[in-house]
Each structure stands twice: as structure tokens, then as C-alpha cells.
Design a protein around this ligand. Sequence first.
Ligand code: GLA
Length: 393
Amino acid sequence: MRRAKLSRRTIGLIVALAVACTAAACSRSDEPPVVTGAGTAGDAGPAAAVIGTLPDGTTVERFTLRNATGMEVTLATLGAAIHSIRTPDRSGALGDVVLGFETLDQWVANPPYFGVIVGRYANRIAGGRFTLDGTTYTLATNDGPNHLHGGTRGFDKVVWQAEPLSTAGGQAVRFSYVSPDGEEGYPGTLTVNVTYTLTDDNELRLDYEAATDAPTVVNLSNHAYFNLAGDGTVLDHELQIDADRYTPVDATLIPTGELAPVEGTPFDFRSPTPIGARIDADHEQIAIGGGYDHNFVLNGTSGDLRTVVRVYEPTSGRTLEVDTTEPGLQFYSGNFGSPIEGPGGRTYPRHAGFCLETQHFPDSPNQPSFPSTVLRPGETFTSTTVFRFGVRP
Ligand code: GLA
């Protein structure tokens, strides 16, 4: 792993910080950053800072990526997570467009999965079990009767290795994690890389890669919650999803197997529609989700990088477009049961953010008609998603 050289002073600061954080509590992320990497204009890669230490002694680092237009993205090794995305509004003022926390303790607990990579299997596997090549595997049931987002210690809870990079496409960080055979019940040693690149076109590009030494299943996504206004709820955001069908779910949010037309339902986002317009509609699927918490069957060819989502927020003028190679998209309207404490004394209400989780369909290991999530030795799983930010007058 390539790492920037550390100065003596920096090493001293790291040691001091580590000593200060030996107790169970982690340091606050608003403390002055300790620079451990490169990071000024013209150098090798994004700036790095230690933001605290976990009870087991592992340090958590945060990287700041910048581009030529002044956009800024922070990423952390805990969960290979997006901590902030600062983009200009139509008057040029930078604002954070994702939900986040203030302290490392909050990032460690993170019940809503703010910003993290979810895996080995994003979303649900029914009953926490699946059969592959005649063997049945049992996983944690951490969401009622089902398995959710990789289990009790999924990819969101582990500290990834990080390599800051300066690429032709822009500043980048490559996160890597080796998930041991049997972790959370899954077969095979899974080696995963997720590279985030911030381009000068205000795109945050995520390239995922995975390989295994035994047959397994894999489905990776990012769980950032967007709010392009930077405040309030997202109900006035206008959303367009290029999907003619979605996967209706049972009462425990497992797909029934049907690919139902969106036509004539609150799930028809084929033309731009405010998220809040039909979020309380009298529709069985809306009632089950407590709003939107459904997988959309994206139009176009899975494997081709194509634009599938467009969002516009009228007050700030900010826009977001999403390109992906994935066949599906979990649109989750942040249906929090109770408000969540955010940074700076802020409280995030229900629908304070929405997730656009590009992915394979939930419960695919138990649904033979869905695109396969099986990965075998010798194969490489690859997937790309691009979040492109802009403004409209
Ligand atoms: C996904 C799920 C939701 C919820 C969130 C995490 O979007 O589909 O039901 O579990 O993750 O809060």
C-alpha cells in the first residue's frame, strides 16, 4: 500500500492523539485534523486526517478530495464512507448535500447507515439464508426475520485500508477490505476494492471490484442520504427514475418476485415528480415501506453505464444525476421512525434525506428469476456508479 511520508511532527501528533483516545470513547471529529497524508494543490493525492481511535486501537482516517471547481468530498476509512459532499448552489455557495454526524462515536453506531458502503449483500436476504451449489448458508437475521446490509458487522462497520491517489480523472481514494471466509456466515474469502474519484466535472465516481476464492454472493452499494437543499426535508425535491418496473415487497420488505409496472402507481417517477407528491398515497406498497423503500428495475442494459436518475432541488437550484452499471436502484425516502441527531445540534426529521442505492435486486440469492449475484473464483465483480452534481438557473 502506498502511503504518504509522515513527518516527525506528524507522527508525534498521531501518537499524542492515540494516547488521548485510549479509553473506550473515540475522539470527536471536530477536533483539529492531524495531517497524515499529502493534500495540497499539485501533490500526489487527497489530504488525510486521523479523526479518532476505536476501542480496539484502530485509527480512523478521513480524506478530503478537492477538484478544480472547489467542490469538496470527505471520505472515511470506517465503512469506506462518504462523510460530506460540498457542492455549489446556483449562487455559488458551497453546502453539504449529504446527511452526516459530528462525532466518531455517532459514526460508529450509525443506525441509518449514513454514507457507508453496504455489503457483502446490500439490502435484504429473506430469512437470513440462501442455498448455493447445494449448500445452505445461514446469516444473521438483523432486520426482523431477514438479513440486512451484510449482517451485524457488515462492511459499514469495518475499517478499510485506504490508498490516496492522484489519477488522470481527479483526486481519488482506493479503499480495500479482505472479508475472511465465513465472515457473517458468507462463504469464500472476498477481496473488495471501492475507489472514489472526484472529477473536475463535479462527479463523484465509485468503482467497485470484488474477487473470491470460493463460490459466494455479492451485492455492493453506497448508502449516502442526499439532501440537495442541505436542510429540511427532501419532499420538494423533484425526482426522475428511468424505470418502467419495480419489485413489490411483502410485509417484511422482501420482493415477492414480481416485476410490477410503475404505470398508474406512486412509483411512476418516469417524469420529474416531487418526492412528497405521493409519499402518503393510499397504496399497499407505500404503507409497507412507510414511504418509499423499494427497488426499481432500471431501464437499459445492466453492465452499461447509463444515466438512470435525475434530481432537482428548486430553492438551491442544485441538481444530481446518477449513472450506474447496476440493474437496480433502492430508492429509500429516509422513513425514520424518530428524528436523528446530526452535527452542530441539528436534528434530522423523517424524510431529511433520500438514498439512491444502486445495486442488484434484494434477495436475489433466493430469487432465480432476478439477475444473478453469484461470484465464482476466477471471476471479478465490477460495478460503477457516478453521482454528478450541478445547478440549474
Ligand atoms: C435500506 C433498506 C431500508 C433501511 C435502510 C437503512 O434502504 O431498504 O429498509 O433499512 O436501508 O436504514
